[in-house]
Design a protein around this ligand. Sequence first.
Ligand code: GUN
Length: 295
Amino acid sequence: MTAQLIDGKAVAASVQQKVKEEAALLKAKYNVVPGLATVLVGDNPASKAYVGSKQKMTQELGMYSVGAHLPADISQDELLKVIRGYGADPQVHGILIQLPLPAHLDQETVLSAVPLEKDVDGFHPINVGRLAMKNREPLFVPCTPSGCIVLIDSVGTKIEGARAVILGRSNIVGLPAAFLLLHRNATITICHSRTQNLPDVVRQADILVAAIGKAHFVKADWIKPGATVIDVGINAIPDATKKSGQRLVGDVDFENVKEVAGAITPVPGGVGPMTIAMLMQNTCTSAKRAVGLSK
Ligand code: GUN
């Protein structure tokens, strides 16, 4: 069997089209343009590329993009001032602090400085806490895991009652993905570097979310036939046939796993585009709330 390919680019494009229409409506009816402020500290090339893509998409959807690119040695007080400035700016509906931050900055203090109603990344401790509890509503949930859920839904995989295995326990992907799946009534298992008999655990998964950052780590004989496989990994491996000398692959051995899985996301073109699409959606939701249009 060859798995159904989950086309993240197409799903992201449809989310973005809707955001574009909603942004146009907000402008026409309320003279409000959804605005996203990005905050980049230092010169990590991957972070620079991600922030650039987020800014570009914000503009493409007719929204307002503003950004601060700050030196790697900025003091915490200076950084907090920048964040508070965006917090007070009525043109800004969402603030994104690109992670990771340099080690001398206290991530929790920095993320706490984002006003809750502008926390479009869902990383404010109060939003995280609400996500981690029953019957609480975070104002926003993190973009990569919420994009994973949209992709799972896009192929009609039933989440309720499914066994979902999450590889990785990061604050950005693994943990929030686990809570989102749990709130949809999946039975969840979170695996990490100390998990024993990992292949046996993965074999139980009706839904697998791989977010560990190791190229081609998940093998075909770990996969339950028909499972839905969501690959969050973005890993560069050497490839002499490419001009850059490398190419991007996921955490899953795609070529072999696709012969066993029921549905699978490719890398690139799977989860990656969804992260940006969900960020755009969150920013637009924030602007809708600002004019009283959304809960
Ligand atoms: N670094 C890696 N992924 C993300 C993300 O989704 N949001 C932010 N802010 N930083 C990241």
